[in-house]
Design a protein around this ligand. Structure first.
Ligand code: ADP
Ligand code: MG
Length: 255
């Protein structure tokens, strides 16, 4: 192929918005393995030079928009450190993300340092990489946003906004008791997402304490009723993982 037609084709690609393809087209044509390839394979490879970076860009954008504060990996999670509550089978099931398409919720429960937030962030990041939209927020920030929206007469649209992502990542539920107004807002959010989109939440409280947290047994029951209708409950047991790091440093010697 002459130099002129290569540059013409490159220009065409650029004008069609195929920027990655255009950038690698010339070196692709010059690659020795290229000449052995059947035409269909060559076209497939060329399309991949465009589609792979495009998919990566989209995934990075989804990750950015999710507000996930720190990237954690599922492969970094040491299941053996736990003393119960999360079997290999459940871990694999959650990692498959099938719960998102089924619009099921996940409750990650347990004391501090057991990796609840790590799992929440890692599942959220994987979801973003696999084409889902996610949104991370702590329970208190969420309630503040809803409360502000209510004051401005925009609660309905704010609730709708929180229903948009496939996955809502709600961290630190139950760390502080709620006022009756906050409890109602929390119920409204869970109710709005009920059977329409998954929530993963972390909490350090058992469900028995929710009446206390929400200052109202009836609101707590109605919230749990919806939250737990389709749910995976992971109740983590063991010692704080932070202990492991301290043990390595020799600060803790009794384990
Ligand atoms: P929690 O939210 O339950 O209080 P975090 O998820 O914040 O706990 O975990 C505390 C720290 O320990 C984080 O840096 C996290 O990445 C790490 N961590 C916790 N559990 C594990 C684990 N089982 N494997 C690897 N890292 C872990
Ligand atoms: Mg946490």
């Amino acid at each position: 192929m002459s130099q002129i037609s290569v540059s013409l084709l490159t220009e065409r690609m650029e004008s069609l918005g195929l920027t990655s393809m255009a950038a690698s087209f010339e070196s692709y044509l010059g690659h020795p393995a290229r000449h052995e390839q059947p035409l269909v394979e060559a076209i497939a490879d060329l399309l991949e030079t465009e589609s792979i970076p495009r998919a990566e860009r989209k995934a990075r954008m989804r990750l950015k928009l999710s507000g996930i504060p720190q990237e954690k990996g599922l492969d970094e999670f040491d299941l053996d450190w736990l003393q119960g509550g999360l079997s290999k089978k459940t871990f694999a099931e959650l990692s498959s993300l099938a719960f998102i398409d089924r619009r099921e919720n996940v409750v990650l429960m347990g004391p501090s340092g057991l990796g609840k937030t790590h799992l929440l962030l890692a599942l959220g990041a994987k979801a973003c990489r696999e084409g889902y939209t996610a949104y991370y927020i702590t329970a208190m920030d969420l309630l503040e946003r809803l409360s502000r929206a209510r004051e401005q007469g925009k609660l309905k649209s704010r609730l709708k906004w929180f229903c948009k992502p496939h996955l809502l990542l709600m961290d630190e539920v139950g760390y502080q008791n709620l006022t009756p107004e906050q409890a109602t807002l929390f119920f409204q959010l869970v109710n709005a997402r009920y059977e329409s989109g998954s929530i993963i939440m972390t909490t350090n409280k058992t469900f028995g304490k929710w009446g206390e947290i929400m200052a109202d047994d009836a609101v707590a029951t109605a919230t749990l009723d919806r939250l737990l209708h389709h749910v995976h409950i992971v109740s983590l047991q063991g010692d704080s993982y932070r202990m492991k790091d301290r043990m390595k440093l020799g600060v803790v010697d009794f384990l």
